[in-house]
Ligand binder design. Structure first.
Ligand SMILES: [Cu+2]
Ligand SMILES: [Zn+2]
Length: 167
C-alpha cells in the first residue's frame, strides 16, 4: 500500500492549487478625497456585477460621474494617477445601453444631506480576472457624466478615488 499516501498527497496539492486560484467574487474600494469619503462594493452575480456605493461629504442634491478607472493608484489631490476609464474591450465612452467602457457606470445623486447610497447592476462584467475590476480604481467626479463626450463624459474634476481590492 505505497500508493495510498502519495495519492492523498496529490489530492491535497490539487485542492490547494484550486483554492489558491479561485476567482474572487467580491471586492471593495474605500474612496477618499477632499472632504469626501465612501465605500464601493462589487459583488459578482452571474455574468453581472452588483455595485453598491455609499458616500458622504457631497453638496446637497449634487450629481456626480462615477467610473472604474484603469490604474489602481489614487494620488491626491487630482487623482490623475488613476488614468482613463477601464476599457479592456476598446469601446467608446457611453451610457450603459450603448457601446461603453467596461468602467462606465451610472452617475450618482447626493441627497439633501450630501449622502449617496445607490445600488445598480453592470451587465457582462466581472469582479476578478482579465476583464475584472480588481486592481483598478473607482473615481467620483465633480459633475455629471454626459455619456457623449469622449473619452470621459466631461464629468469634471476627480473628487474622490479608491483602489478596488479583493475581499
Ligand atoms: Cu471617471
Ligand atoms: Zn468611459
Amino acid at each position: 500500500m505505497r500508493t495510498a499516501p502519495s495519492l492523498s498527497l496529490f489530492a491535497a496539492l490539487v485542492l490547494a492549487a484550486s483554492t489558491s486560484h479561485a476567482a474572487a467574487t467580491t471586492a471593495t474600494a474605500t474612496l477618499a478625497g477632499a472632504g469626501v469619503t465612501g465605500v464601493a462594493t462589487f459583488v459578482a452575480a452571474g455574468d453581472a456585477v452588483d455595485v453598491h456605493l455609499v458616500a458622504d461629504g457631497l453638496a446637497p442634491g449634487s450629481v456626480h460621474g462615477f467610473h472604474v478607472h484603469e490604474t489602481g493608484v489614487c494620488t491626491a489631490p487630482d487623482f490623475a494617477s488613476a488614468g482613463g476609464h477601464f476599457n479592456p474591450g476598446h469601446q467608446p465612452h457611453g451610457a450603459l445601453d450603448h457601446a461603453h467602457h467596461a468602467g462606465d457606470m451610472p452617475s450618482v445623486t447626493a441627497d439633501a444631506a450630501g449622502h449617496v447610497d445607490v445600488r445598480f447592476a453592470l451587465a457582462a462584467s466581472s469582479v476578478d480576472g482579465e476583464q475584472g475590476f480588481i486592481g483598478h480604481s473607482v473615481v467620483l467626479h465633480a459633475s455629471p457624466d454626459d455619456y457623449v463626450t469622449q473619452p470621459s463624459g466631461n464629468s469634471g474634476a476627480r473628487i474622490a478615488c479608491g483602489v478596488i481590492a479583493a475581499n
